[in-house]
Design a binder for this molecule. Sequence first.
Ligand code: SF4
Ligand code: SF4
Ligand code: SF4
Ligand code: FES
Length: 355
Amino acid sequence: MPGSVVSFTVDGHEVTAPEGELLVHALARNDVFVPTLCHDSKLDPYGGCRMCVVGVEGSPRPLPACATRVAEGMAVSTNSSVPQFQRTLTEMLLAEHLNGSPGGRPNELLALADDLGVEAPLVLPDAEREPYEDRDLLMGYDPEACILCARCVRYTQEVMQCSALSLEGRGAEARVVPTWGRGWLDTECELCGGCLSVCPTGALYEKAHEGAAAGYESTLTKTKTTCTFCGVGCQVDLNVDPETKRIVKVTSDPSYVSNDGNLCVKGRFAFNFVHHPDRLTEPLIRGDDGELHPATWDEALSAAAKGLSLVRERHGPQAVGFLASARLTNEENYLIQKLARGVIGTNSVHSCEAT
Ligand code: SF4
Ligand code: SF4
Ligand code: SF4
Ligand code: FES
């Protein structure tokens, strides 16, 4: 019955989970670590890389925890042949992983190899794959970092509902390419960067960071904020380079409720304007000479309050109107109407998006 709870055992210990929950999630909730590479909670169960296999009593072969749902009475084991299987699989992937960091993004495969204490036993002679060139200036793809997990292809199909990317070729020649052999910009791609965000090895990366040192992204400091490009209000992390103090990339976490970590091209890539030299970086007040002069925020707020009070005194509160904007956050828009109604005494509050 949907909504009911089932009991099952993991390495002999009884645990419970909502019926139908994916085993990989149930194990994580019960502090049992199972490595994953192709799994992404945003995407449909796939079971491609086999990194998450566990023993399940009654099954003739190990099952992928990311594509198996819990059931009453299931007996799961993670400590028999599973650890050796994970080590061997990691070694096999490493043997074809010639570039660990094309753009300084985190690499889940290398982190896993570190955790399991395994290294590439050898480099396969045909590991080198045909390089990929594209005129897309925002995103790059390096086949030598790709582990063919298809997270990117599934993301663009399942989340973006488009067919911009495909897996091409077999065996040593396999790689991800824009569908139908077109250039990336000639597909349905909307440059949302979602495929980058789900790539476990950084094989898809921001071109602006091509050649960045391994682990570059982990050196950046993140500040959570709200994208102001439209009224959706996606939650974003501005990644600032501590050396240059500049925003160098925008990411978003799958746990952010308004957008589940998904962004559009504006939120993901349109951040360079922040550092444009023509931007105002301090308040300006027009002086008696008719020119604008730099001021402190206290001075500017006092000048605005004085001006608004003067209009209200001379012409009444209905002479003042406020324009809010869908580019502001809900909280800021709330404060604008509060200021209008509670302080000035007018109901003339409008949004510049409404016509
Ligand atoms: S950037 Fe977005 S739309 Fe383009 S291929 Fe990647 S996921 Fe699909
Ligand atoms: S580019 Fe990344 S997400 Fe796509 S298949 Fe390769 S490793 Fe997986
Ligand atoms: S990321 Fe795109 S959809 Fe989200 S708030 Fe910004 S502009 Fe709107
Ligand atoms: S993470 Fe389960 S099969 Fe890849």
